[in-house]
Design a protein around this ligand. Structure first.
Ligand SMILES: Cc1cc2nc3c(=O)[nH]c(=O)nc-3n(C[C@H](O)[C@H](O)[C@H](O)COP(=O)(O)OP(=O)(O)OC[C@H]3O[C@@H](n4cnc5c(N)ncnc54)[C@H](O)[C@@H]3O)c2cc1C
Length: 529
């Protein structure tokens, strides 16, 4: 099931993917069927860490310092660095001695994939040509070009399930119930204390009760959904659905994601990139390499090989936070046979994609790191089986459009470097359906293009925002306790007050590690940490 190169195939399964879709919009995902973006989420032990592309990034130090400045005491980078180190075993030899930033004893292994195309090296050379450093983006600074660090060991996935649950599975104080859908948290209305959870298993409704506290980790869609169904959320909205309000809180607001532009593929002349037709060709050694020795291109998750963090507004500034990521893929996104299904592309877009099925190429996904737009999640019914309404509001704020266009231009300048030209790289300059009236390469053209090929990078966050108790936009306090409710915490991507400048998996592991320490401290077990 878990073959790194074709990781996106996991999204095709109804058994392990929730298959959410955003509400139809006339502002984004215009190249997708029904103008809806597909939002996959792991419906499996280990959640989305079982479906993800295994890219291991922390974000920048200033991301966490900004959280602290918002009143979240204990969340500055100097406070959370120890958890980033604690959670990892860094298997990248040259980073193992960097004990300021890296750990070597944690449950989660981080390594380089065991294969690289020559294009990945060229991408790094392009970075140097453009004046950027090559660096460890999980170290002191993040602006620069780097090969991808991944949550893999020996060419195979390290999910949260494998890293944390498997080693603990024989503990007597751990009980896991599978195929169980939480309906709501049970709350004693007199004491405002969460006392248990109601869930459905094999059509049976079961209640379990907590002697100490409940920690909700259902992700940025599931956690706000469960809280609202439990009566914790915006009063007006809950009233409309006939849900008794226990506590009025802005649950479901502040939805953030990293959106990318999915239309920048370059073709090359020689067979230097990863192409699925070659991988499945039995006369090539790739299948055998993977099956026998877990090596070769099949160990590269989704063909993602490298990235650059750049600050498009201050191109010479190499410290602080970037505003764009350029994610490098050693294969053509256009021409990929599975992705159009996964992305839900409409027929007109399919035709563009199909033109490139036989070509070799490479791709950059420019990804907006600090969106100013905010979306929201709302219930559509007082019923856990009805998926909530998801409105990401991509590109709602004009600054996001501007930054994204800067990112697109930066990606195009990578394609113009000597390093990339060595391979005869040519940008596929398709005019996207609906953008025919704009002059190609103009500001308006790129705006239209990004609203057409809007690609989620799956980093849904922020819907149970962390903040000090006095903050009217906060749902949980800095100890992750739901404000105004006793015995209930949330610990997952939903608590991020502001999305970090990187992929979200590792930061959420950090949140979980910090939560574990806070729980121990609060119950008097802290000297065991
Ligand atoms: C396709 C994909 C690719 C990604 N690629 C990367 C990447 O390369 N690098 C990276 O850093 N990040 C990546 N991410 C994002 C990253 O995986 C997520 O941010 C992270 O796993 C989210 O963790 P979480 O704990 O907030 O939620 P989740 O991991 O989604 O966990 C929530 C869990 O709660 C369960 N749940 C929800 N509702 C209920 C309910 N009512 N009852 C019972 N259980 C419930 C879900 O089934 C799930 O198991 C990717 C995500 C996806 C989907």
């Amino acid at each position: 099931m878990d073959i790194p190169l074709i990781v996106h195939m996991l999204q095709l399964s109804n058994d392990i993917n929730w298959k959410y879709q955003t509400k139809s919009s006339n502002k984004y995902c215009l190249g997708m069927k029904g103008n809806r973006c597909n939002w996959p989420r792991g419906k499996v032990m280990g959640g989305s860490s079982v479906l993800n592309y295994m890219i291991a990034t922390r974000g920048g130090a200033e991301d966490y310092d900004r959280w602290a400045k918002m009143g979240n005491e204990g969340w500055a980078y100097k406070d959370v660095l120890k958890y980033f180190k604690k959670l990892e075993t860094i298997d990248i030899p040259e980073l193992q001695s960097d004990n300021i930033y890296h750990g070597t004893k944690g449950p989660l292994h981080i390594s380089y994939p065991l294969f690289r195309t020559p294009l990945a090296k060229a991408f790094l050379d392009a970075g140097k040509e453009l004046g950027y450093p090559l660096l460890d983006y999980n170290g002191k600074n993040i602006i620069g070009f780097s090969y991808l660090q991944t949550t893999m060991v020996n060419g195979t996935r390290m999910s949260s399930n494998r890293a944390y649950l498997h080693p603990a599975r024989n503990r007597r104080n751990l009980h896991v119930t599978r195929e169980s859908m939480v309906k709501k948290v049970l709350i004693n209305r007199h004491t405002n204390r969460a006392i248990g959870v109601e869930f459905i298993k094999h059509r049976q409704i079961i209640r379990v009760f907590a002697s100490k506290e409940i920690i909700l980790c259902a992700g940025a869609i599931g956690s706000p959904q469960i809280l609202m169904l439990s009566g914790i959320g915006p009063t007006k909205h809950l009233n409309e659905l006939g849900i008794d309000v226990v506590r009025d809180l802005p649950v479901g607001e502040n939805l953030m994601d990293h959106v990318a532009f999915g239309g920048l593929t370059w073709t090359v002349d020689d067979p230097v990139s990863i192409r699925i037709a070659d991988i499945i060709n039995p006369t090539y050694p790739y299948m055998k390499d993977f099956l026998m020795t877990k090596s070769g291109p099949i160990t590269v998750p989704g063909a993602c090989e490298a990235l650059a963090f750049i600050d498009t507004k201050h191109s010479t500034k190499l410290d602080g936070l970037p505003d764009m990521e350029l994610l490098f893929i050693g294969g053509g996104l256009k021409g990929d046979m599975i992705l159009p299904i996964v992305m839900g592309l409409n027929n007109a877009m399919h035709q563009i994609w199909n033109k490139y099925i036989t070509t070799y190429g490479w791709t950059i996904l420019p990804m907006l790191l600090k969106p100013e737009s905010r979306g929201r999640i709302r219930l559509l019914a007082n019923d856990i089986n009805v998926k909530p309404e998801i409105i990401p509001n991509y590109f709602d704020n004009p600054n996001d459009v501007k930054t994204m266009i800067n990112g697109i231009k930066a990606a195009i300048s990578v394609g113009r470097t000597k390093a990339m030209k060595l391979f005869g790289s040519r940008l596929t300059n398709d005019t996207y359906p609906g953008c025919e009236n704009y002059e190609y390469d103009s500001y308006d053209y790129w705006e239209c293009a990004m609203r057409t090929v809007s690609l989620t990078i799956y980093h849904f966050t922020g819907t149970c925002k962390m903040g000090p108790k006095e903050d009217p936009t906060a749902v949980v306090d800095p100890r992750l306790k739901v404000i105004g409710i006793q015995g209930l915490r949330v610990a997952d991507g939903s608590i991020m007050p502001e999305i970090i400048s990187g992929h979200t998996n590792i930061p959420i592991f950090m949140i979980a590690e910090k939560l574990a320490d806070m729980v121990k401290e609060d119950w008097g077990y802290s000297n065991e940490s």
